[in-house]
Design a protein. Structure first.
Length: 132
């Protein structure tokens, strides 16, 4: 979803990935995501696997400039908060069928001992409802 958003792409390009690739590069800015929780949503009277999972995801935005971090957080929130129900991306592989996505919260930090000059980090948390 984020890689197909023009505003997010204008800052982060293809530097969006899972948390295990954070330290693989010194190429910033970048977005790193972590799935923090997955809960099945079982409906009354339905046996078997859940047809809907509630997934919490934390995004960490790493930027060398504070102003770029603020803009990046705004772009990411605009791209994800209350997106329309549907399949993302519209075609190709790794598609996900979403019922909804809602913004939970955000915060910011500065890590002084990251690299030579430190780095600004913005955290955003979202809750996705994935139809299975």
């Amino acid at each position: 979803i984020l890689s197909n958003d023009a505003e997010v792409d204008s800052i982060y390009g293809d530097k969006i990935g899972p948390s295990n690739n954070l330290y693989d590069t010194t190429d910033y800015p970048r977005i790193v995501y972590t799935i923090t929780d997955i809960n099945p949503s079982n409906a009354k009277g339905i046996n078997g696997a859940s047809k809907l999972d509630v997934i919490r995801v934390e995004l960490a935005l790493f930027n060398l400039q504070y102003s770029e971090l603020i803009t990046g957080q705004e772009y990411v929130r605009d791209a994800l908060d209350y997106i329309s129900e549907g399949t993302y991306p519209n075609s190709g592989t790794n598609q996900i069928n979403l019922q909804s996505c809602s913004f939970i919260g955000m915060s910011q930090d500065f890590i002084e001992d990251f690299g030579e000059n430190g780095i600004y980090v913005g955290y955003l948390e979202f809750q996705f409802r994935q139809k299975l």
